[in-house]
Design a protein around this ligand. Sequence first.
Ligand code: SF4
Length: 417
Amino acid sequence: MKLSLQNNQARYLYLEPYTFSVVAGDDVLIYNSLNRKILEYRRSPAIAEIIRKAEDAGEGFLSNIETGSNLNELNALINDLRENFSGDIVTFPPDKKPSVVRPKPLIKNYPPAKDFPSFSADDYLRNIYFFLNQDDNQICKEYRHAMKQFVCPVYDSEGYKEMKVETVIDNCSPYSGISGLALDLSGSDLTKYTAISELLPWLRNLSLPVTFHIPLPCSDQETIWRLLRVPRSRVSLYITLPGGIQAVKEIRSHTDFIKRSNRLGFNFLIRSMNEYQAITELSGPASREKIFILPYFDGENSGFFKENVFLTKDDILNLKPNQQQVYSRSLINEQLYGRLFIKTGGEAFANLNHDTIGNINDNSISDLVRNELYKGKSWHLTRMKVKPCSDCLYRLFCPPVGNYELFMNRFNFCDVL
Ligand code: SF4
């Protein structure tokens, strides 16, 4: 059906409540989150103007189609919207206007007022990472940026240092008010942590699930099996090359391996295709451990990194988030939200690429959570807050800003802008 503007009726274009649109200059993208159809219009000022108005609460989410409008472009838009169940035109007498509702995400009491009576850190936290030790050994030097790229251990410093075991115990005991979250214990090499024997009995009585993060090779592989005897524990190993390959072979040949391999994760840190080839020699009989390959940016391998981490426009458009994902990504960073990191000296971070939000020796975990909610940069870092994504037509589709991007201070890991 073609649009005609010859009688006295007013015509309004509206978008369906489950659609999302982005207007960037004269370019427009409309996304139907139910049937995942995408409409894209380039260099079309008329369509850009119409969609801007259809998203404007002040216009009642209606775009009045006036005489003199570019009918060819509009007919194409309206046909597309109808075919994709994404919007339509309604006709009304000139003195009347239909009412249209466009849902927007709104969370009550968020962030909570400072005197909000039922504030509980548990409501916002998912994981607390404690870095129990830090070192200046070879692995720490070679992979010292790893913890900023994928929350891996390895922590370079001037000499060997440790966190006091009381720092973990006091802040995560059942009396600290923290429950229902996951505890992550990390560091330069946890198997060297001198208070491990003191920590393990306490962990066995704790109801929190705990993951130990350990780089391989490590100084004492037997400790890995001791850690796995803690109920609900997992061990995430970060394999650095070349020494890690032999360490993996030893772990796989251990008598406990078959029994406990389902609670082991192997993360291979890869800096080049040669290193990737080297780990393929490890493939053997199927076992139940989880395997991940983590490209590591060492400052000199940008070609390898680009090839293996960057997304193409097609990759991005195929991500097709649902309505709930689009809403939550407009308010928070789903990947970074709810994590706290405590370094050996007690400095706390919501993300290790951002400034500290306090020190756990002076602040409670609730204080740190409040600091991030009110003043922090990490948990609410959406694509709308970084360039060039804030001007990009495809920003609805991209996954949340991640650690690689923060570490490299570059937010377009794509071939789009
Ligand atoms: S510029 Fe940003 S929002 Fe646009 S496609 Fe690239 S990463 Fe996504």
